[in-house]
Design a binder for this molecule. Structure first.
Ligand SMILES: NC(=O)c1ccc[n+]([C@@H]2O[C@H](COP(=O)([O-])OP(=O)(O)OC[C@H]3O[C@@H](n4cnc5c(N)ncnc54)[C@H](OP(=O)(O)O)[C@@H]3O)[C@@H](O)[C@H]2O)c1
Length: 400
């Protein structure tokens, strides 16, 4: 089966060693949950971004744990979110004035894609922040063919050194951003390489495809024999862990995904779909169709079967990377069924932002539904169309 690596790498494969940074000498993360016994001291946290998908979850987790958050962004994405949070306006590509002269305990960089731009904010903030957390991706890895690969695996490099084309060089550019952060704040950086981030507020519709499709009921096309391994992380679990790293001033490089904290136990696509089906009320039946048959009927992995990439050949390691370091640093995972249920609950809301409305009443129902039906459809689920699904299922039955 031919797989376009770039097509699905946005959110896939990752990076390098861990040291804990504090005033004093470096210390490695202790085994098991790293939550400090005493209530962590309140921190001041700057988020470069904060209003898209992962950002709002970090804001919520930090505020729930008594920390003070400041957002820096252009004020274009979900501008009405968090009316009671300090917002500094600017553009990280050259308009950083509003950050000058300010101090924070930590900065979380969720919106860094181009090394030149990340270098600007990292160098500006280096004298005024103690800890820099850069949100990278497991797409930084050059290959995905090794089972159990960890943060020491080789990284992708730019074959066009001057390129800033994120769609074309997402992984290699993120690797360059990691280097820029470490160069500006040596020993004070936590580089976080998430895998597939899922759950409420996800603008891609990838994971969302499954609970939405299963909630419609009937016969559902399921890919392969059900054993394909899956690694993902609920945005809220990732956000909570990022706040833990801030509280512990943990530095280093971490692959961040689950849902298993056992290197040998992986989630299978069958388990994922069964849990989503349960969360969606068990109205659907799954028909598993072989990888070869899907290939012959041009059903593409990932894009049409979200999360599914046959773990073979160059992709033998896909879905089977090591997350041990992050687990040792306190990363934990909620059940898939909870993520699926909450995703359906979020989609049932009048607008995608209402999920965060709990914090402050503000009306934006009209805003989204009024001017972005296409975006709303995308949020409800990308994946295979119902028409193509029905055709492939009919052909599968007729294959005699
Ligand atoms: N989704 C996945 O499966 C996945 C997997 C692995 C890694 N990741 C990584 O996870 C992160 C997810 O980030 P997110 O988008 O959800 O973060 P977010 O912080 O929730 O949203 C992006 C923020 O960046 C701001 N922004 C965009 N361009 C800006 C600019 N030029 N100057 C200042 N602010 C700017 C946006 O606000 P304005 O538009 O108002 O400026 C928005 O607040 C990304 O780094 C991604 O690479 C994602």
């Amino acid at each position: 089966m031919t797989i376009d690596r770039r097509g699905f790498l946005i959110g896939s494969l990752a990076g390098v060693g861990a040291i804990a940074c504090s005033e004093g000498p470096a210390a490695s993360p202790k085994k098991g949950p790293t939550m400090p016994a005493a209530k962590p001291a309140p921190k001041t946290i700057l988020i470069l971004g904060g209003t898209g998908f992962l950002g709002p979850h970090i804001v919520e987790a930090a505020r729930a744990r008594g920390h003070t958050v400041t957002l820096f962004n252009r004020g274009k994405t979900h501008p009405t979110l968090f009316p009671d949070v300090e917002k500094l306006q600017g553009d990280r590509d050259g308009k950083l004035d509003s950050l000058a002269g300010r101090k924070w305990d930590a900065v979380v960089d969720t919106s860094g894609y181009v090394p030149r731009i990340v270098k600007q904010s990292a160098e500006l903030l280096a004298p005024s922040v103690g800890h820099y957390l850069f949100i990278s991706t497991i797409s930084v890895y050059a290959k995905s063919d090794k089972v159990g690969a960890d943060e020491t695996s080789p990284l992708a490099t730019l074959d066009e050194p001057a390129s800033e084309d994120v769609a074309k060089h997402y992984g290699a550019l993120k690797a360059g951003c990691e280097t820029a952060c470490e160069a500006a704040l040596p020993g004070r950086v936590a580089t976080i390489r998430p895998g597939w981030i899922v759950g409420p507020l996800d603008p891609t519709g990838r994971f969302t495809h499954w609970p939405v499709r299963l909630a419609e009921g009937g016969e559902v096309l399921a890919p392969g024999d059900g054993t394909t391994p899956i690694q993902l992380i609920d945005g809220r679990d990732l956000a909570a862990w990022i706040v833990t790293l801030i509280e512990n001033r943990t530095t280093g490089v971490f692959n961040a995904f689950g849902p298993s904290n056992h290197p040998k136990i992986n989630l299978s696509i069958k388990q994922l779909l069964d849990d989503c089906n349960t969360a969606a009320g068990n109205k659907a039946s799954l028909t598993w169709v072989s990888t070869e048959f899907l290939d012959n009927h041009e059903v593409s992995p990932w894009a049409e079967m979200p999360g599914w990439v046959p773990a073979e050949g160059d992709y033998a390691g896909f879905g089977r990377l090591s997350n041990q370091r992050a687990v040792d640093a306190g990363l934990t995972f909620r059940p898939i069924a909870d993520t699926a249920q909450d995703t359906l609950a979020w989609l049932a809301l009048p607008d995608v932002e209402a999920w965060v409305r709990g914090t402050a009443p503000f009306g934006s129902a009209a805003m989204l539904s009024r001017d972005e039906p296409a975006k709303r459809r995308a949020i409800r689920g990308s994946g295979i169309t119902r028409e193509k699904e029905a055709k492939v299922l009919a052909a599968w039955k007729a294959r005699g």
